[in-house]
Write a protein that binds this ligand. Structure first.
Ligand code: BG6
Length: 304
């Protein structure tokens, strides 16, 4: 759905949901309600930003140097990694983190809830390009609820006649005061694959996660809530989830961020990715007809 006036007529909600085109040609849905603001790009079904009114600063980080172009993933927000996480297991020519984040999605419904939150349903558009990369019959949808909290459900239905194995993540970039001033609780004692610098060593988390260098970890068998404690912004962000057995913690640090070209000079200091995923040993197998739902809820609150 790229026709703006048709999209606004069908799914716009006066004063609350509006579609617009941004420089670079992407169509973005802007959501604004009594609880706060969010923006969702139709490319990738990508929640680009979320700023609840209770917070001085946004909770979901979007790089000031993000590039907006057809077929290119946006640096920040909530990229949807699907149907594989990281490099493709067999074909390095295929895009990292799957194709869902760079293909068109379409809105299938919008509504305002009684509590003033806005609910948006999106579906991955069937394209020949996606089919060529992953030739299976499947239904993929997102349900985004923008309220006092941000909830996102990523739903996969196997409509084929054989088992499907998927990797996935809601690859969320959270806005923080400074990378040196946060700690992440909820992963204590968990085993992780340490991918920083291209490795894959297995380690165990000792205490809360504190970052002091490039960090790229897949925490395995982790279903509990994570909490990002931010001493600089004097707040904590709660990351609750279900249907997700891996948690990825990522920050590229300075040298890698410089090479990536869309972080800006110090962007990497203001973000941390805490991704609710099913990756590595936690892939999901769907039998024909089965449905899998990965759900997250983000909430921010002042530190006591
Ligand atoms: O630059 P991309 O493709 O969005 O990926 C960013 C990072 O995403 C993380 O999830 C991966 O663990 C990292 O290895 C990767 O570098």
């Amino acid at each position: 759905m790229t026709d703006l006036s048709a999209a606004n007529a069908r799914f716009g909600l006066s004063g609350r949901i509006r579609f617009k085109e941004i420089p670079g040609g992407l169509v973005v849905m802007e959501v604004s309600n009594i609880h706060g603001n969010a923006a969702i790009a139709m490319q990738g079904g990508h929640v680009m930003s979320w700023h609840p009114k209770s917070q001085v600063e946004p909770v979901v980080w979007l790089s000031r140097f993000a590039k907006f172009a057809p077929g290119k993933s946006i640096r920040g927000g909530v990229p949807v990694c699907w149907p594989w996480f990281g490099p493709h297991p067999a074909d390095p020519a295929l895009p990292a983190h799957g194709f869902a984040r760079t293909v068109p999605w379409e809105v299938t419904a919008t509504r305002e809830l009684e509590n003033g939150a806005s609910e948006i349903a999106l579906a991955l558009t069937e394209t020949g390009q996606a089919r060529a990369m992953w030739p299976h019959r499947v239904g993929v949808s997102l349900r985004v609820t923008v309220g006092a909290t941000l909830e996102i459900a990523l739903i996969t239905q196997n409509r084929d006649d054989h088992d499907l194995v998927i990797g996935e993540a809601l690859h969320t970039y959270f806005q923080i005061g400074d990378i040196g001033d946060i700690r992440i609780r909820g992963l204590e004692g968990c085993e992780y694959l340490d991918k920083a610098g291209g490795g894959s060593a297995r380690r165990r988390q000792d205490g809360p996660v504190v970052l002091s260098a490039e960090t790229d970890r897949i925490y395995l068998n982790t279903e509990a809530e994570c909490v990002i404690e931010d001493a600089r912004l004097q707040r904590r962000i709660r990351v609750a989830k279900s249907g997700s057995r891996s948690t990825v913690v990522w920050n590229p640090w300075t040298a890698k961020a410089d090479k990536m070209g869309d972080f800006g000079p110090d962007g990497w200091r203001r973000m941390v990715c805490v991704e609710s995923a099913n990756a590595a040993e936690n892939l999901v197998t769907l039998v024909p007809g089965a449905e899998h739902r990965l759900w997250v809820r983000y909430a921010a609150e002042a530190l006591p």
